[in-house]
Design a binder for this molecule. Sequence first.
Ligand code: PXG
Length: 285
Amino acid sequence: MSRQVYINGKFVPAEQATVSVFDHGLLYGDGVFEGLRSYNSKVFRLEQHVRRLYESAEAIRLEIPMSQAAMGEAIDLSVQTNGIEDGYIRAVVTRGAGTLGLDPNRCHDPQVIIIADAIALYPEELYEKGLEIITSSVIRNHPAALNPCIKSLNYLNNILAKIEGLEAGCIEALMLNHKGEVAECTGDNLFLVRDGQLLTPPLDAGILGGITRGAVIELARETGLEVLETTLSQDDVYAADECFLTGTAAEVIPVVKVDDRSIGTGKPGPITLDLKERFHRLARE
Ligand code: PXG
């Protein structure tokens, strides 16, 4: 059976789930999205993702034509309808079809789309060996230009950094902010371990407040680790004992090299591996 895609209140076969070429989501990247994950057919931190979707929408003054509760139900239903156990879900809200001009007031029909699919996992080997990443020359969007807290359909900032990473043979790339501070990776947040403390850039470094990031901070505090949300430099990264990334797709993944510099022992560290296990259990419990 073909995939059933939710679009504006109905489930239709994937091939029939289409939007207008005049949709400002396409013409201008004018819209918002969320990437969620299901484990055993249950969506991880559904309410938080839905809240973030609505916060993103509010930030771009896009009114989503349904309640948060109805959105949550539609996301759950997308997973059930497609018989998905471990899956990846994309929720998208576009500004809708308008005219060939920026004016969002000419768009009257926001499109609500939910796609539930199987998850494409990173190879297990990467979790055992750890990632090698580079620092991209592309800086993260200035928060006063397009705040990285908004998960908008305009991901070019991250995509340009991702291209640079891929050209260097890396599946992730570290992005600095306009002040040269460590921000995050193209689709993952960054953590360091230094002297037994967990460090991660604060939201005002210009990052997306990752839901996995939040869960890992909670888990770390539960185990008695001190967690500091603090400004980090590239040198802090190079000098760290351990480094890892967090994200819905990656969960917790160790980083062992940044810009050809080995981090710590050059192997995934004990605190990273412990948090990776704890998150794995939390997501599946
Ligand atoms: N930073 C950025 C810029 C992100 O886009 C994260 C951090 C991690 O946040 P969560 O809430 O997932 O812990 C993200 C989100 C994909 C994909 O298809 C993943 C993200 C964004 C866009 C696409 O893998 N990650």
